[in-house]
Design a protein around this ligand. Sequence first.
Ligand code: DCP
Ligand code: MG
Ligand code: MN
Length: 336
Amino acid sequence: CAMSSKHGSVNHNPHITDKLEILAKTYKNTKDQWRSLGYSKAVAVLKEHPKPIESWEEAAALPSIGQQIADKIWEIVQSGCLRRLDEVMSGDKMAAINLFNDVWGAGPGTAERWVQQGFRTLDDVRAHPDQITKQQAIGLNHFEDFLDRMPRSEAAEIENMVQTSALAIAKGLIVQACGSYRRGKPTCGDTDVLITHPDGSSHVGVLHQLVLDLHQSGFITDDLVTATDGTHRKYLGACKLPGENRKHRRIDIIVVPYTEYACALLYFTGSAHFNRSMRLLAIKKGMTLSEHRLNAGVIRKGKEKLSKGQPLSTPTEESVFEHLGLPYRPPEERDH
Ligand code: DCP
Ligand code: MG
Ligand code: MN
């Protein structure tokens, strides 16, 4: 989490966590979010455990691990297998649910509906256009491409392409790839481009023109979402670099006012898990952290907010860490 100082510690129980992670993912795909969360928490605890689990009692004594999960851990330790996992994996319905959850724009609800309608393969779904949203149609079209993670060098090419186009619209724009790319990952699921302008106003109207221009040049191939969230404008789509043998890649672009640059940069760099723990920490300190700003002096009564507090000055990411009383963490160390 954002507060812990240990990173990259060795997992002494991969034989257990590998199996429990599959269960967590499967339950997530079936809307059984509560059970999924239980397994995810157990996996996180096991990954921090300093040694291989050797007894049922050792497992059950850990936080977030109850008797049922301890039983499963013990079964894996003793037999190397987990019957529940075999049951879950062997069902053709379960396999289809897991497949359908990988279609962009389809969540657990859609996946379950498609399965109930008797669909088991992507072609079954494709044969029923009346059951597919526009976004899901794009997801089905680029199914293999979207699942494939691109090398970070390709994310850099995409960042460059967007940067060149944006700078032709307004000089001085800051155009920067965030997400897994900024965290230094070797591969990226998409490219997350953040745009702002230091003069505080020239970012306005840029996104609309940029998307038009990138369509014109053939770089953007599909639009998934265009939305406004307060002062942020957001675009999700698909793009393809020029040249032979290029895959369609997911691209996310957000355009923000310069006053919100640091909080937006922090948010868009992630990871999602890191953001959640930063936000929780802010709440513990009587603050709220969002992709827009950091507020202090928030007064809560239970979950209800009596006062939303006042925004703090956050010119840099460092300043956000400082307000929260945390040592600065560079992007490469924000995976957890
Ligand atoms: N984000 C978040 N909460 C979410 C989704 C996203 O806080 N539920 C933030 C943190 C992410 C960033 O947005 O790092 C970009 O989202 P991505 O889904 O693109 O995730 P990553 O770039 O981190 O990983 P990937 O390589 O899979 O794209
Ligand atoms: Mg990303
Ligand atoms: Mn993204």
